[in-house]
Design a protein around this ligand. Sequence first.
Ligand code: ATP
Ligand code: MG
Length: 137
Amino acid sequence: QERSFIAIKPDGTQRRLVGEIIARFEKKGFKLVGIKILVPTPEHAAKHYEDLNKKPFFNGLVKFFSSGAVVAMVFEGKDVVRTGRVLIGATDPSQSAPGTIRFDLCIETGRNIIHGSDSNESAAHEIALWFKEDEIA
Ligand code: ATP
Ligand code: MG
């Protein structure tokens, strides 16, 4: 089965949106097979977003992502990487479609509450960065 790495960012946990976000993935039919909560180190956050390390917002992104509790998850199911991104919505919440997590629950690009893998390759890379294989059901 296809897997995607999904993370609730510190703003999502601080705003008590963990249950809401998990419910949307579960109601769609995806299976939660890995979950943990932790405050990432800045080094871990930088590795997670290493593809963006030349962007002007990189330092702010790393600082924010490591500023509080993150719920790291693995969801499994048919086409979960692409469909998971559809559930999440566009990076900028103001450009996202109604009914998506980002449209419905947040406003700012820099506080967009959730991360989802953007390809099968990045999913495999991110799952390996956050989980040991024996932590996945
Ligand atoms: P994510 O990887 O977190 O799921 P994404 O794939 O939709 O988001 P990316 O291009 O990978 O978007 O950017 C990662 C994160 O960096 C975004 O979710 C957002 O919080 C932040 N970001 C992206 N573009 C900008 C920007 N122009 N200004 C500020 N922050 C940005
Ligand atoms: Mg991304």
